[in-house]
Design a protein around this ligand. Sequence first.
Ligand code: ASP
Length: 308
Amino acid sequence: MNHRPSLQQAEWVVVIHGGAGNITNETLDSLAAKRYREALNRALLHGRDVLDSGGSALDVVEQVIIYMEDCPLFNAGRGAVFTALGINELDASIMDGLTGNAGAIAGVSNIRNPIKAARLVMEQSPHVMLSGRGAEEFAEEKGLPTADTTWFRTEERWKSYLRAKEKLDKNGTVGVVCLDKSGNLAAGTSTGGMNMKAYGRIGDSPVIGAGTYADNNTCAVSCTGHGEYFIRNVVAYDISARMKYLKQSLREATDTVVYGVLKQQKATGGLIAVDKNGNIAMPYNTSGMFRGFIKSDGTIKVMIFGDE
Ligand code: ASP
């Protein structure tokens, strides 16, 4: 059913995001911006290294997200935002564009790297999504490292939680999409969710089709933004469906959804996507989105605001 790429294809692309939102020169000082740029750059180089050592698109997605989950700058794994009750509840998902397999976990509080657990759900369980305590027990049984609340909690996020009580939003979800040397596509997303979310709330990031989607016939997509709208509009799948059924280009499909469909609903956010030919799209309708890409021709680029 899925497109099997020709073996001659040698080009690869890795695209990442570190969240979209109210990111401006006022909310992000130059030192902080430098730190984000450096972290994004390192994440991209890590993706290249995984490919160089023979990793697949799926391996790149998992490994680069692990790197970003362990980096306290991002709202995923360590550094995740807090729920209204002041705890971390993490969501993640991964999808393989070759097989159409997918895995996700939602609402977990003690798995150090949620994306690893999502991949294990995909590969070592008969299910697509596990949540809460069941997901945690599954990860423990599989021997994944756990972490207590002090691992996830960073002073920055805790302060932002306290500020959020007086209303201030926070971003930093991470996502990776990849086209590997064999022409396979994969996508993954990991997040702490939205700041001050209700206890038990699950966003789009672990929902296959909403926050994450990959199909070798079309594209791989990872979203960030106001999750409720991304779920209602089944955003990641909609991009793929527009390409598949309407024959839209990646650019047309992503622009229509981000600047048209979502904007009309005042839904803030963005996404990263790569198609089966290596075309990249990184649209967002917020003031900024942490993002970047690296390609087999050596191009590497990291951006936060406009086309800097
Ligand atoms: N989409 C994520 C959620 O709604 C949050 C984000 O990307 O900033 O949980």
